[in-house]
Design a binder for this molecule. Structure first.
Ligand code: ADP
Ligand code: ASP
Ligand code: MG
Length: 403
């Protein structure tokens, strides 16, 4: 008998009716004589709600308690799924990750799974049971509950698939698969039948939240084929795998955009060697991820402006760190919360000239102002006003013949 890992996202378990549907999907695989392991996320909206509550309690909520709080969301969803399976006559029970345990390393709020003690789960499966395991979480060497970053149940599913040598890892979500761009932002988005780990990783890292980036990295590392499909419609979905994309004649595979970036500008910084390091070192020590960076050319050789982007949730902390930083002097600290990073992604771009020009031209024709640019071999990103995200995505989708 082959093992299959089925992961259900927040919307898939969003209502009682949907949880019943999830149980029917699980039942389908049981009837096909698969050994089934289920990973579930929290009911949609619950994790956000818990985060809001933590902020109302304290704007400096303890990170370990934050993980403990957030991890509670998944428990309810898993118990409800197991309860429904019991109702249908199946042997099933829920497990929180710490009960197994699923062991993690790394900082709170952003840990990675390194080991799973398999015995209990294997014994349960051997007796015909269906284990329902909380995604998004684990326990560290100090026996504290940890979480894997937002969207982290994808990573749980892929690592569970690796440890249990599953033949399939299926990510059930609220869209029919991975699209050329977010179908909720652009109705012309097309479903991709097959996508390489590299393109998917890049799209996920640049804002396509259909898959959590580190989960794709894990999939690539352990060579686990991932099928993304809808929990509402019986459609074939998207296979994320090592081979080439199904749209292999396209130069650009997809377009991603971000929602919650902020741009920070330090105006009039003294221009001397080591200034960039002095700015970014304390940010990195505080685990603030700096993304796009531009330093203006200093006209007088004395002062320059440094602009960079961060996640909006880190903005307050970033401002404080910069203001408290005794190693730098500057005239003004400015920020903009209304920005979005829009990126075009495609392995094909490395061998095709003129892509950058076409991207900039398409945006210029729509009168979209570019604030910051960053490029790599397989992507080009621009920072624009978030009021223009939809328009920019549509223009680029058309320009690169993805419509
Ligand atoms: P789940 O709760 O199932 O994990 P998520 O909300 O994390 O679901 O991810 C699914 C969502 O990802 C979709 O509803 C869609 O709006 C968004 N999304 C962003 N980019 C893409 C893309 N390129 N293809 C498909 N969905 C995308
Ligand atoms: N419930 C968690 C979140 O909202 C994990 C997940 O959805 O994968 O981030
Ligand atoms: Mg998700």
């Amino acid at each position: 008998m082959k093992t299959v890992v089925l992961k259900f996202g927040g919307t898939s378990v969003g209502t009682i009716e949907r949880i019943k549907k999830v149980a029917n999907i699980i039942s389908f695989y049981k009837k096909k004589r698969f050994k089934v392991i289920v990973i579930s996320s929290a009911i949609g909206g619950i994790t956000n709600d818990l985060i809001k509550k933590s902020k109302l309690i304290s704007n400096n909520f303890d990170k370990a308690e934050y993980d403990s709080l957030l991890a509670s969301g998944e428990q309810a969803a898993c118990a409800l799924i197991a309860g429904r399976l019991n109702h249908l006559g199946y042997k099933s029970r829920s497990w929180m990750a710490w009960q197994i345990p699923i062991l993690t390393k790394g900082p709170h709020n952003n840990s990675r799974i390194y080991k799973i003690k398999k015995n209990q789960i294997l014994n349960f499966i051997r007796t015909g049971g269906v284990p329902i395991i909380t995604g998004f979480q684990g326990i560290n060497d100090e026996a504290r509950i940890t979480t894997l970053g937002r969207g982290g149940s994808d990573a749980s599913a892929i690592i569970v698939a690796k440890f249990f040598k599953a033949e399939k890892c299926i990510i059930y979500t609220d869209v029919e698969g991975v699209y050329t761009t977010d179908p909720k932002i652009n109705s012309k988005a097309k479903k991709i039948d097959k996508i390489s780990y590299d393109d998917m990783l890049e799209m996920a890292s640049l804002g396509s939240k259909v898959m959590q980036p580190s989960s794709v990295q894990d999939g690539k590392l352990h060579k686990i084929d991932i099928l993304v499909r809808s929990s509402f419609k019986k459609k074939s979905g998207t296979l994320i795998t090592s081979s080439k994309n199904s749209l292999s004649n396209q130069i650009i595979t997809g377009i991603s955009s971000t929602k919650n970036d902020s741009k920070v500008t330090i105006v009039g910084v003294k221009d001397k060697p080591g200034v960039a390091a002095s700015i970014f070192k304390p940010l990195s020590l505080n685990q603030i991820n700096v993304d796009m960076v531009v330093q203006n050319i200093s006209l007088n050789g004395k002062e320059t402006d440094m602009t960079f982007t961060i996640k909006s949730e880190d903005l307050k902390k970033t401002q404080k760190i910069i203001k408290d930083n005794k190693k730098i002097s500057f005239r003004k600290l400015a920020y903009d919360k209304n920005v979005s990073k829009v990126s075009i992604i495609g392995v094909g771009m490395v061998t095709t000239p003129g892509i950058t020009y076409r991207m900039f031209q398409a945006l210029a024709e729509k009168r979209i102002n570019i604030m910051v640019i960053s490029t790599s071999e397989i992507k080009i990103s621009v920072l624009i006003s978030n009021k223009q995200t939809k328009k920019a995505v549509a223009a680029l989708h058309k320009e690169f013949k993805l419509d």
